[in-house]
Design a protein around this ligand. Structure first.
Ligand code: IPE
Ligand code: IPE
Ligand code: MG
Length: 260
């Protein structure tokens, strides 16, 4: 993509402004998960190829990572490629792979400087060697960083993750490392890709579609969910602050009755 093309995509993104106040830190989520959906529709509405929507989506991603870092969000998980996305046309799969890797390769120094720690959720073995090693390098380079934890779900599926955890626990029971009565929520959580992270507090899906599409099924058990009608390339800092205000106004009961 040429610099001119990038400039045009930046211009085409909505400049949604908002003068909303930022909720205080204790009212902000510790862990936000994003289903970055609607890239294709964003492009189609502008008579552009779907790949232009994905490229514009990386501009939104840059802005939202920066915002989450500044807003002192502990963990940000993004759905970049699902186990089911392999079923898309091969050209789109290849374009997406390249774009995702290119994005992280070009951003890595800046993210590292900010103290962002990158973790991949999912299995990289199906990825082309060049892309796999670039992503592994990004993870290794930022491993000890203490800032925003950025989880990138790639070739990720919530069910596959739970099956993987069940297998790991079965193996531990078989080898005698643990007994079946020691299996509890924590034991399962520790076998998830997100081991060590707090559960998802807020899940935001853009594009108006209202479903989980196999994302973080275990970790979202009591997450607040916001279905934002904006397509991902139009999602920006102002939209995020609006959603954070919505989150701060929610009454999270975790099955209990409200204490007045
Ligand atoms: C989400 O946008 C991006 C990825 C799947 C990587 P889509 O490509 O799903 O866009 P829509 O849903 O077709 O508009
Ligand atoms: C979920 O979006 C996956 C990502 C955003 C990476 P999809 O567009 O693939 O999900 P469905 O097919 O609409 O459920
Ligand atoms: Mg979609």
């Amino acid at each position: 993509m040429t610099n001119d093309a990038i400039k045009i995509l930046r211009f085409l993104r909505k400049k949604e402004k908002g003068a909303m106040e930022i909720p205080p830190l204790e009212k902000r989520p510790r862990h936000i998960a994003f289903i970055m959906d609607g890239n294709g529709r964003w492009a189609q509405r502008r008579s552009l190829p779907r790949s232009a929507g994905h490229a514009a989506g990386t501009e939104a991603l840059r802005e939202i990572i920066k915002a989450c870092d500044e807003l002192k969000i502990e963990v940000m998980s993004i759905y970049a490629f699902s186990t089911e996305n392999w079923n898309r046309p091969i050209e789109e799969v290849n374009a997406l792979m390249k774009l995702i890797t290119k994005y992280f390769v070009s951003e890595i120094d800046e993210l590292h400087e900010k103290g962002v720690r990158i973790k991949i959720l999912g299995e990289l073995e199906r990825f082309p060697e060049e892309q796999k090693s670039a992503l592994e390098k990004a993870m290794a380079k930022t491993r000890f960083n203490k800032g925003l934890k950025l989880n990138i779900a790639l070739n990720y599926g919530g069910r596959a993750e739970i099956v993987r955890a069940a297998k790991a626990i079965s193996e531990k029971c078989r080898s005698g490392e643990m007994t079946p009565d020691q299996i509890d929520y924590d034991a399962l959580s520790n076998e998830m890709y997100t081991a060590g992270d707090p559960d998802v507090d807020l899940l935001i899906r853009t594009s108006g579609d209202m479903r989980l599409s196999n994302f973080l099924l275990w970790q979202t058990w009591y997450a607040e969910i916001i279905f934002n009608p904006l397509c991902w390339p139009d999602y920006n800092r102002a939209a995020l602050i609006k959603d954070l205000n919505e989150y701060a106004s929610r009454d999270r009961r975790f099955g209990r009755v409200k204490v007045k």
